[in-house]
Design a protein around this ligand. Structure first.
Ligand code: TRP
Ligand code: ZN
Length: 469
């Protein structure tokens, strides 16, 4: 077994190069819904003011992608089924780069223009509040990743044999027109055509694959609601393995040959990890599972892409446990605002601590103690995790490690039985939907019958090293 990590930190797999902060992205002309039924250019998240849009919800994305790995050119259409939440004379989608050639709304040509990362669409007739509508966007070009505020890349990241496609927090817009905020979850169909010999792996179930004229088309379907940043269409030369678990979960693993030896013993554990997590957190929320193990040495992180986590190299067992735990915490139960990121990362990190504790490693208490022993000047205490800020702090050590410490303090306050009850009812009660920190605190108080606001205030929101109870 891989030894449990002693120093929980952000789920990075390599050190970051220092890249200047993309300040401009944060200073965009954001905004609350403008008057006149335009929905506004953002979903109202102060961390990423232009991510997502107001005025409508998307229910389904149908993405048809054709990618030429040699020229790195993408030819695509996106068909969105949406519903207006207010009267709209126009609306925005997020799309960065790429060339749009045509937009229709309900099969009629619509006017459109590009404005930074916004694709502004003006349908021929205004949409009524509550009206369902379909948008079709034809586009092409060479997708490029975005640089996150912390200098890492996300979105469509070309590799030597395809592309590593990971959209957290804002990269979905680099490869499809999207309402790019986790508030708006949708189902997805993917039809991805790549040169023969390459494999295209997306989320959910593989409906079929067909090779003709030197190209292979893969059809994938994710029926469960999914946040856009969790969508993938990763392409490479992969070895594929498929099987169904005892619980009836369809597993699809895609592994780059260069990572296969190191990955094999870890991937073998996936069914056992999912079973163990199901015992703790409640039933696995999806029908499909698996892993994509790419060889993408420049990426530096893994992502909990829904149903099928994506690794930039062979994962360690604790990384597999972490990304698997996200399927409950982050994927099934999603954020409504990026400031609540500890609900994803603190929980997935705490799953690693629990896994170690129950598999012959350190107890969670010991992991907590080792962290708590760090001096007040340590980076762990640099800021509280409950509203970390959008820059490099979003995926910083306080979010992962102090976020997990907050859960450990909760466990100590309410006892093991109630703690697991709280985690399970959180996963069950918000399954396929969303949850906020305030809702989690209320649930913890309700299930335990104890006042807990002070504990969370201390561990999530109070600057400096907290006093431990
Ligand atoms: N959410 C990922 C994990 O913890 C980490 C991650 C995804 C990340 N995208 C990122 C970290 C961008 C830093 C920057 O499993
Ligand atoms: Zn994580």
């Amino acid at each position: 077994m891989t030894p449990p990590r002693r120093q929980p930190a952000r789920r990075r797999t390599t050190a970051l190069a220092t890249v200047p902060v993309a300040v401009a992205a944060l200073l965009g002309a954001a905004g609350p819904a403008a008057p006149g039924g335009t929905g506004g250019s953002g979903a109202g998240d102060p961390y990423f003011p232009l991510s997502g849009n107001g005025g409508y919800h998307v229910r389904h994305y149908g993405l048809t992608l054709r990618y030429d790995t040699a020229s790195r050119r993408l030819d695509a259409t996106a068909e969105l089924s949406a519903r207006a939440t207010e009267r709209l004379t126009r609306f925005d989608l997020d799309l960065k780069g790429l060339t749009v050639t045509a937009v229709t709304v309900d099969h009629r040509a619509a006017a459109f223009r590009r404005d930074g990362q916004e694709l502004v669409v003006t349908p021929r007739r205004a949409l009524r509040a509550g009206q369902p509508f379909r948008v079709r966007v034809a586009y092409h070009g060479t997708p490029k990743p975005v640089t996150d505020p912390d200098g890492s890349a996300d979105g469509w990241i070309p590799t030597d044999d395809g592309a590593f496609v990971a959209g957290e927090p804002q990269g979905a817009m680099t490869w499809f027109p999207v309402n790019g905020h986790p508030k708006d979850k949708a189902s997805y169909d993917f039809t991805i055509t790549v040169p023969r010999g390459r494999t295209a792996v997306a989320n959910g179930i593989l409906l079929g694959q067909r090779t003709a004229h030197g190209r292979t088309t893969f059809r994938w379907r994710e029926t469960q609601p999914m946040a856009a940043y969790l969508a993938t269409a990763t392409i490479g030369r992969f070895r594929v393995e498929r099987y169904t678990t005892r619980d009836g979960i369809q597993v699809y693993n895609a592994v780059d040959a260069r990572e296969a030896r190191a990955a094999a013993p870890v991937l073998k554990r996936l069914p056992a990890v999912l079973e163990w997590e199901s015992r703790l957190f409640g039933p696995y929320p999806f029908r499909a599972a698996g892993s994509i193990v790419d060889h993408a040495p420049d990426v530096g992180y893994a992502l909990e892409t829904q149903t099928r986590p994506l690794y930039d190299s062979a994962p360690t067992l604790d990384t597999l446990v972490h990304e698997s735990a996200h399927q409950w915490f982050g994927d099934s139960v999603s954020l409504t605002a990026w400031k609540d990121i500890w609900l994803n990362e603190g929980f997935a990190t705490y799953a690693e601590w629990l896994y170690a504790e129950q598999h012959g490693g350190d107890s969670a208490q010991r992991t907590f103690d080792a962290l708590y022993a760090r001096p007040a000047g340590d980076g762990l205490w640099a800021y509280p995790p409950g509203d970390p800020g959008s820059g490099a702090r979003l995926f910083g050590t306080p979010v992962y490690a102090r976020g997990a410490m907050a859960l450990h303090e909760l466990r100590r306050a309410v006892g093991d039985r109630d703690f697991l009850l709280i985690l399970r009812s959180w996963a069950a009660g918000h399954r396929g939907g969303h949850g906020t920190t305030a809702q989690f605190v209320r649930l913890a108080e309700a299930k335990s019958g104890k006042p807990l606001k002070g504990l969370f205030q201390t561990w999530l929101y109070t600057p400096g090293k907290p006093n431990s109870a």
